[in-house]
Design a protein around this ligand. Sequence first.
Ligand code: G6P
Ligand code: MG
Length: 217
Amino acid sequence: MKGFIFDLDGVIVDTARYHYLAWKKTGEELGFELSIEQNEKLKGVSRVDSLNKILGWAGVEISEEKFNRLMDEKNEDYLNYVEQMTPADILPGVKDFILELKAKGLPIALGSASKNAPRILEKIGMLEYFDAIADGNSVKKAKPDPEVFLVAAKSIVTAPEACVVFEDAEAGVEAANNAGMISIGIGSPDNLSHADHVFSDFTLITTDFILNLQPKH
Ligand code: G6P
Ligand code: MG
């Protein structure tokens, strides 16, 4: 029997624009303008690693104290956007897709780098769909390390090779591959060609197709 692991940001909800607005403000405090292209490179990247990347682009060094303050301020800004989220923020097709899997009695887990994952799922009314949640609070190592997906697989008592992962980020697809799982990229083949299959969104994926996928090993 298969298990299904969903990334959150960019797969279930489009939060990238909220992360962008919040990190842009952080950049301004550092005298740096964060571009949309640079924001693309922050997709799937943990909060700490994101700030480190921004500091690198800005060519700025700061104290540990300021680093922590900027991270807290960014998250406060981001959470203000999250508080305004509703079920209308759910990306096309993903809710019906998950409901179909659930109707077949199949286990569903979240595998996200975000520490805000439970709050976001609550705001969009999807928290109760998940049998397990592995997120930025449950793991130490960030994607492309496979830890978050291995923790998710364990929580739904499914062997890694029987898991299917849905991911929009390059590092996320890499993490799924590193875990020995079947990787489904959600987005463009331009940057997700290392995924086993790529779809632009869930309206193009049938549960039959996914259920018939063979393990890689
Ligand atoms: C996801 C997003 C990233 C974000 C990370 C941590 O992977 O794609 O942009 O930095 O989660 O999210 P958090 O909500 O904990 O700051
Ligand atoms: Mg993502």
